[in-house]
Design a protein around this ligand. Structure first.
Ligand SMILES: Cc1cc2nc3c(=O)[nH]c(=O)nc-3n(C[C@H](O)[C@H](O)[C@H](O)COP(=O)(O)OP(=O)(O)OC[C@H]3O[C@@H](n4cnc5c(N)ncnc54)[C@H](O)[C@@H]3O)c2cc1C
Ligand SMILES: *[C@@H]1O[C@H](CO)[C@@H](O)[C@H](O)[C@H]1NC(C)=O
Ligand SMILES: *[C@@H]1O[C@H](CO)[C@@H](O)[C@H](O)[C@H]1NC(C)=O
Ligand SMILES: *[C@@H]1O[C@H](CO)[C@@H](O)[C@H](O)[C@H]1NC(C)=O
Ligand SMILES: *[C@@H]1O[C@H](CO)[C@@H](O)[C@H](O)[C@H]1NC(C)=O
Ligand SMILES: *[C@@H]1O[C@H](CO)[C@@H](O)[C@H](O)[C@H]1NC(C)=O
Length: 530
C-alpha cells in the first residue's frame, strides 16, 4: 500500500513534531516495551511503524479522509501498529498503560474530527487495517466482520455469497466497520431495516486490562454500550457479529434533480410531510447545494433514492404519496442491491471491485455538523437556508436531509445508546469543504457553517439539541481539545448524542474502565469514585 508522496503535499510539513526530551525518552521506552512484548508472543515486528520506517507516513496518511484535523494538530503518533493478531493489540495496551501513553484506535479513519489519528498528548495508534476478515453464514444469515474491514468490503463479500442477503449501513464504501457500527450506522435501507448497530448480535472486544471478551463474558451492559455509544470509550472492538437482512433480488434507484425554477422550495417543503411515513421500502434522501444552472445561481435539490422492489411497484406509491416530485419511469433504474451500493457511492456503472478500493475517496478539508428535525421547516425557513447556501461556492457546501421513521422507530430510545427514534422526521447533515490552497482561510468556511447552525436552532430539536455521534463535532462541547473531559464538560455533548442514555454510558464506563484508559476528546468519562 504505497502512496506516492505527491498526493500529500505541503500539509505534511505542517505536522510539526513537537517532542521534548522526556517524550523522546518515552518514545524509546515504548518501542522497547513493545518489541519485548512482541517477542514474548512470537509476533513479527513488521506491524510496528515509527517515524524512522520509510512507510510510516504513507500508513499514517492512507486512511485520513478529512485533512483539516491533522493540519491543525502539532503531534504525530510515536508508533503506529497494524496488528494481525490480538496479542499485538494486547502488547500495545500493556505498554501504553505502563508508560502512560495515550492510545488511539483507527479502523476506517473517517472520524470527522480525526480523533482516531490525532492527539495533543503523546500517543500511539492501533490501526485495524489488517484485521478485516469477513465470514458470512448463509444458513443463519449472519456474518462475523473484523473492524478493520470497510463497508465496501462487507457489502461485496455478502453479495459474493448471496443475492438476497445484505446489510444496512452507510453509503461511503471506505468507511470503517469499527467506528461506524459502534457509533450507529445510517444508510439507504435504514427506514426498512434500521441502523447497523441495531443488528449487532455479538462482538469481540479487548478491555482496558487486555482481556478478550465476547458478548457473554463482557456482559449485557458493556455489549449495550458498544452498539451506538462509540467503541473508543470502552475497549478495542476486534470484530462484530451481525444479523444480515433479506432483500429482494432487484431494487430500484433514482436521483432526480429539481431547481428553484422547478419549484424545489415547494417540493422540498412537501417532502417533509412524506419522507418519514411513506412506504418503508422507500428511502428518499435529499441533497441540497447551490448550483450553476445555465450560468445562473440556483439551488439544486437532488432526491437520491432507493426502493426495495421493482419500479412498477414504486411508481404508484410515488403517484399517491408524493406526486409533486413528478417521478417517471425513465428516472428509475432497476439493479441488484450490490450495484446500488456502487451507484450511491457515486460510481454508477463501474465494476463492483470499486467497493474493495480502500483508498477510493479523494481527501479534502471539511467541517460537518448534524441536527434532528421534528417539525417541518416552513417555506420561508427553507428560503433562508437557500440564502446561506448561495453565499458559499457551489459544491463546497451541502446539506443532506436523511429521512427517519419506519423501522428506526420500532426501537425505544434506550434499546441501544443511539437514541434518535420516534418523533424525528429527518436528520440534517451540514458539511462544508475546501481545498489545500484555501486552508489558510478556512475560518471563512468554519464561520459559515457555525452561522448556519446557529440560525437553524429555531427549526430543530431542543433540550437537548440532538446530534448524530458519527458526525462528530467538537464544537458542541465546552472543551475542544482536552483529552480527559470532566463529567460536566462531557455532559454537554453527551446528552446531545445519546440523550438519557448518556447516564447509563457513564455508569458502564465507570464499571469497565474506571481509570479512563480508553479516552479521547469526546469519550465517556467515568464517574469519580470519590
Ligand atoms: C466520506 C464519509 C461518508 C460517511 N457516510 C456515512 C453514512 O452514510 N452513514 C453514517 O451513518 N455515517 C457516515 N459517515 C460517518 C462515519 O460513520 C463515522 O465517521 C465513523 O465513525 C467512521 O468509522 P471509521 O472506522 O471509518 O473511523 P475511525 O476514524 O477509524 O474511527 C472513528 C472513531 O471510532 C473509534 N474506533 C474506530 N475503530 C474502533 C475499534 N475497532 N474499536 C473501538 N473504537 C474504534 C476511533 O477511535 C474513533 O474515535 C461518513 C463519514 C465520511 C468521512
Ligand atoms: C520499522 O523499524 C523497526 C526498527 O528498525 C523494525 O523492527 C520494524 O520491523 C520496521 N517496520 C516495518 C513495517 O518494516
Ligand atoms: C411550479 O408550480 C406552479 C404552481 O403550482 C405550476 O404552475 C408550475 O407548473 C410548476 N413548475 C414546474 C416546473 O413544475
Ligand atoms: C457559474 O457560471 C457562471 C457563468 O457561466 C460563471 O461565471 C461562474 O464562475 C460559475 N460559478 C461557479 C461557482 O461555478
Ligand atoms: C445525483 O445527481 C447530482 C447532480 O447531477 C450529482 O451531483 C450526484 O452525484 C448524483 N448522486 C448520485 C448518487 O448519483
Ligand atoms: C482506487 O481509487 C483511487 C482514487 O479514486 C484511484 O486512484 C485508484 O486507481 C483506485 N484503485 C483501484 C485498484 O481501482
Amino acid at each position: 500500500m504505497q502512496i506516492s508522496s505527491s498526493i500529500f503535499p505541503v500539509f505534511l510539513l505542517a505536522f510539526i513534531f513537537i517532542s521534548g526530551a522526556s517524550s523522546a525518552h518515552n518514545k524509546n521506552d515504548f518501542f522497547e516495551c513493545l518489541t519485548l512484548q512482541y517477542r514474548k508472543s512470537n509476533s513479527e515486528t513488521d506491524s510496528i511503524y515509527t517515524p524512522k520506517n520509510a512507510s510510516y507516513s504513507s500508513v499514517l496518511q492512507s486512511t485520513i479522509r478529512n485533512l483539516r484535523p491533522a493540519s491543525n494538530s502539532g503531534q504525530r503518533p510515536f508508533v503506529i501498529i497494524t496488528p494481525e493478531h490480538e496479542s499485538e493489540i494486547q502488547a500495545a495496551i500493556y505498554c501504553s498503560k505502563k508508560l502512560g501513553m495515550q492510545l488511539k484506535v483507527r479502523s476506517g479513519g473517517h472520524d470527522y474530527e480525526g480523533l482516531s489519528y490525532i492527539s495533543e498528548t503523546p500517543f500511539v495508534i492501533v490501526d485495524m487495517r489488517n484485521l478485516r476478515s469477513i465470514s458470512v453464514d448463509t444458513e443463519k444469515n449472519t456474518a462475523w466482520v473484523q473492524t478493520g474491514a470497510t463497508l465496501g468490503e462487507l457489502y461485496y463479500t455478502i453479495a459474493e455469497n448471496s443475492r438476497t442477503l445484505a446489510f444496512t449501513a452507510g453509503v461511503c464504501p471506505t468507511v470503517g466497520v469499527g467506528g461506524h457500527f459502534s457509533g450507529g450506522g445510517y444508510g439507504m435501507m435504514s427506514r426498512k431495516h434500521g441502523i447497523a448497530a441495531d443488528h449487532i448480535i455479538d462482538a469481540k472486544l479487548i478491555d482496558a486490562n487486555g482481556r478478550i471478551h465476547d458478548r457473554k463474558s463482557m456482559g449485557e451492559d458493556l455489549f449495550w454500550a458498544i452498539r451506538g455509544g462509540g467503541g473508543t470509550s470502552f475497549g478495542i472492538v476486534v470484530a462484530f457479529k451481525v444479523q444480515l437482512i433479506v432483500i429482494p433480488e432487484t431494487v430500484t434507484v433514482f436521483n432526480v434533480t429539481r431547481t428553484l425554477e422547478q419549484n424545489a422550495t415547494q417540493i422540498v417543503h412537501r417532502w417533509q410531510y412524506v419522507a418519514d411515513n411513506i412506504d418503508e421500502n422507500l428511502l428518499l434522501r435529499l441533497f441540497l447545494r447551490s448550483i450553476n444552472s445555465s450560468g445562473k445561481r440556483t439551488i439544486g435539490a437532488f432526491f437520491t433514492s432507493l426502493y426495495l422492489g421493482r419500479v412498477d411497484d414504486l411508481l404508484p406509491i410515488m403517484q399517491e404519496k408524493f406526486p409533486e416530485l413528478g417521478l417517471v419511469k425513465e428516472d428509475c433504474i432497476e439493479m441488484p442491491w450490490i450495484e446500488s451500493t456502487v451507484y450511491f457511492a457515486g460510481f454508477q456503472g463501474q465494476s463492483l471491485d470499486i467497493l474493495l478500493n480502500r483508498t477510493g475517496v479523494s481527501t479534502t478539508f471539511f467541517k460537518g455538523k448534524s441536527d434532528y428535525v421534528k417539525q417541518p421547516i416552513p417555506e420561508n425557513g427553507l428560503k433562508s437556508i437557500w440564502k446561506f447556501l448561495n453565499k458559499e461556492d457551489a459544491n463546497r457546501a451541502e446539506l443532506q436531509f436523511s429521512p427517519y421513521g419506519g423501522r428506526i422507530n420500532d426501537f425505544s430510545e434506550s434499546e441501544i445508546p443511539f437514541p434518535h427514534r420516534a418523533g424525528n422526521i429527518f436528520m440534517i447533515h451540514y458539511v462544508v469543504g475546501w481545498s489545500e490552497e484555501e486552508n489558510a482561510d478556512s475560518e471563512r468556511q468554519i464561520s459559515w457553517i457555525r452561522g448556519l447552525y446557529s440560525f437553524m436552532a429555531r427549526y430543530v430539536s431542543k433540550s437537548p439539541r440532538a446530534a448524530y455521534f458519527n458526525y462528530r463535532d467538537l464544537d458542541i462541547g465546552m472543551n475542544n481539545n482536552e483529552v480527559n473531559p470532566s463529567y460536566k464538560q462531557a455532559s454537554v455533548w453527551g446528552f446531545k448524542y445519546f440523550k438519557n442514555n448518556f447516564r447509563r454510558l457513564v455508569h458502564v464506563k465507570s464499571q469497565v474502565d474506571p481509570t479512563n484508559f480508553y479516552r479521547n476528546e469526546q469519550s465517556i468519562p467515568p464517574v469519580s469514585p470519590w
